[in-house]
Design a protein around this ligand. Structure first.
Ligand SMILES: [Zn+2]
Length: 487
């Protein structure tokens, strides 16, 4: 059997003014073919597929593997060039029996609201109807009719934080290869829940729901079950939570399972949908929190959701309220990082911090700071334990405030306490750690936290799902309406 693999991933916040172009993909690397393929967040599933395929005597051809940090829509020519490279490999290096893709599912480019549906549809046209096509998706995906029609299998992560990428990759491999061999015939049941929101799978209700999906997969004839959560800040018609159930050739059963699971999820909506605290509300709660470190997630400025990562709203309130014993990071500010490196450790200077990228960044803060630590390349594990780079970084202390900020030159969310500790900051001695992340920080910070609170402050990622100013996505969704007419 001959298998083609490719990875093209970014999550598009269509409300973000920051364009996603060549530099955004090159920052993480655009890898091509086997020689260029080095282990990383995006390539790990491709390398796993290769290992599994080799063990069964199959041949694997790797096409493009690339990822861009979430931001605004991808530049049209950049998307088309990356897409066409994958299509060219499919046409020129074939014939193939199967295609395995790692896609985000919420990628938007200028002129393309549904990049994944476009790519899968064009691949289908090239390889023909008999080749098995499967895609692994981030659960923050918009499942479109074109994706569902073009692929034999779509499998989304089950966990948020996304700790299960390799487990899902392994399942996709098995099912796609078995489909190509004619041993199974996946048919999809798809149910649209009519919901826009974020759902953390560490909460008891979501945990039980996810465990229920895994339980259903153990039933005879059920091949795969996914909940595509949707990505709230993508203004595309298909933005909605959807249940996908694949059975082996039994369309009515797939549809019935999807409908029942969708109804179960709908019934949980008030319990599982994320609602954050206002900045002051969260800061007020620090006083009554148990002794130890209180972690505050600055969800509105999560680079992983397309925000700039340089907003100053929370830092400004910490300063205004005189709340010391605090650290905050990572705050994206390459200009300030450069000045800190120039000054050196121990240097004291007036520094303009943050508030530079866009209107959602807030105002820059002019601070007297001392440089406490520097790194040429700050590296931390991500949610999947793969290492990510925040580029050059600086730990600064705001003079007289006992507030510590980690500045970085590369946009990246705070996945791990190592964002602070790698620079020498002892966060165990502090009361407050503000982390720019939505939920991917959770697994690594929970063991060292007395309490974790999510702030939904101002910023590029609007916390009020009912008020997201959609133009292309209809207003017929929960929580904007109590009972969407379309479900
Ligand atoms: Zn995601």
């Amino acid at each position: 059997m001959r298998i083609l693999t490719a990875a093209l991933m970014t999550e598009t916040n269509t409300f973000s003014p920051m364009p996603t172009g060549w530099a955004a993909f090159e920052e993480f690397g655009i890898q091509r073919g086997r020689e260029g393929l080095t282990p990383g967040v995006v390539t790990a599933p491709m390398l796993l597929w290769e290992e599994l395929a080799r063990a069964e005597g199959h041949e694997v051809v790797h096409s493009v593997a690339t990822f861009a940090q979430p931001a605004g829509p991808t530049v049209r020519a950049v998307y088309e060039a990356l897409r066409d490279e994958i299509l060219r490999d499919a046409a020129e290096q074939g014939p193939f029996d199967a295609v395995l893709l790692l896609l985000h599912g919420a990628m938007v480019a200028d002129g393309y609201d549904d990049c994944e549906g476009d790519l899968i549809g064009r691949l289908r046209d090239i390889v023909g109807p008999s080749v098995a096509i499967g895609a692994e998706l981030d659960l923050h995906c918009h499942v479109s009719p074109a994706m569902a029609r073009g692929a034999d299998l779509l499998i989304a992560f089950k966990e948020y934080p996304h700790t299960d990428g390799l487990d899902r990759a392994r399942e996709l491999y098995r099912l796609v290869v078995d489909t190509a061999a004619g041993e199974v015939r996946p048919v999809l049941g798809l149910h649209d829940c009519g919901m826009v929101g974020l759902y953390f799978t560490q909460t008891p209700s979501m945990r039980a729901f996810v465990d229920g999906m895994s339980g259903l997969e153990r039933q005879p004839n059920v091949l795969s079950v996914s909940l595509a959560h949707g990505f709230p800040w993508g203004d595309v018609p298909d933005n909605s939570a959807k249940v996908l159930v694949y059975t082996d050739g039994d369309a009515p059963a797939a549809a019935a399972h999807a409908r029942r699971l969708g109804a179960d999820f709908w019934a949980l909506r008030d319990r599982v949908a994320f609602r954050g605290l206002g900045i002051d509300e969260a800061l007020d709660r620090v006083a009554s929190a148990p002794p130890g470190l209180v972690v505050l997630a600055d969800t509105a400025d999560n680079t992983g959701g397309g925000a700039p990562g340089d907003s100053t709203y929370v830092l400004a309130r910490l300063l205004e309220r005189g709340m010391g014993g605090a650290c905050l990071g990572p705050l994206w500010d390459p200009v300030a990082v450069g000045f800190c490196h120039e000054a050196g450790v121990g240097g004291e200077l007036d520094l303009r911090v943050g508030g530079k990228a866009c209107s959602a960044s807030g105002q820059p803060l002019d601070l007297r700071i001392k440089v406490r630590g520097l790194s040429q390349d700050l590296r931390t594990p991500s949610y999947s334990a793969e290492i990510v780079s925040l580029g050059a970084a600086a730990w600064i202390e705001i003079v007289g405030a006992d507030i510590h900020v980690v500045l970085c030159a590369r946009r990246m969310q705070g996945f791990s306490p190592m964002v602070f500790t790698e620079l020498g900051l002892d966060i165990g001695a502090l009361r407050i750690a503000v982390v720019k992340s939505y939920n991917h920080f959770y697994a690594a910070f929970a063991p060292i936290s007395a309490e974790i609170l999510h702030i939904a402050g101002p910023g590029a990622i609007m916390g009020d799902m009912a008020a997201i100013p959609f133009q292309k996505r209809s207003a017929d969704y929960w929580p904007r309406v109590r009972e969407p007419a379309s479900i």
